[in-house]
Design a protein around this ligand. Structure first.
Ligand code: URA
Length: 188
């Protein structure tokens, strides 16, 4: 599907009934941030707070993501934040592959419009669906992959950092590497 305007993708998402997640969602969660962003952060799918408010990463994981961004001099309005699936999987389960596959065209269209230079994949779900990598996050996090025009870095999902204090140090190393990459790209 080709969209004329970015807002056409949002409209298609809000009316989407391509999978069963539409039956239980309160709101679709399209994504938000700058459409001119150099970097896009991609999560799994909305949780309860996101479903309630129709905005990505606004619950506890989102608060941590904001702190992570701030630690490298970024705010939500400097980046674009989206998810693999736009509707909340019940019980916060990982989105099933059949739902993710139905939803991926929306994310691909968002990426095609925004044309970020860097994709940061938050956790194993986006790492599997965007990079096709099935390995553990402990082996993939912080590595910079090149795919087409994009630099792609998987890192830990903020929810994982909320559960495991000992992941915070490696996640901080990833953020510093991301900062260096963004500086290199922009010639700072
Ligand atoms: N977790 C995600 O992966 N995405 C959100 O938007 C919120 C929590």
């Amino acid at each position: 599907m080709r969209y004329e305007k970015f807002s056409d993708i949002r409209q298609a998402v809000s009316a989407c009934e391509n999978c069963k997640l539409c039956e239980t969602r309160k709101n679709t969660v399209f994504g938000e941030g700058s459409v001119h962003a150099d970097v896009m952060f991609i999560g799994e799918g909305p949780g309860a707070v996101e479903d309630e408010l129709g905005r990505p990463f606004v619950g506890p994981a989102g608060q941590l993501l904001e702190k992570m961004l701030a630690s490298i001099g970024l705010s939500r309005s400097d980046v674009y934040i989206a998810n693999i699936v736009k509707c909340r999987p019940p019980f916060n389960a990982d989105p099933l592959p059949q739902y993710a596959e139905k939803c991926m065209p929306y994310l691909r269209s968002q990426i095609a419009f925004i044309r970020p230079k860097v994709l940061v994949l938050l956790g194993k779900v986006p790492t599997r669906f965007i990079l096709g990598e099935e390995g553990s996050m402990s082996s993939l996090h912080g590595k910079i992959f090149r795919k087409g025009a994009f630099y792609i870095m998987p890192t830990y999902h903020p929810s994982a950092l909320l559960r495991s204090e000992n992941l915070k140090r490696p996640a901080w190393e990833d953020l510093k590497a991301l900062r260096r990459l963004l500086d290199d790209i922009s010639g700072v």
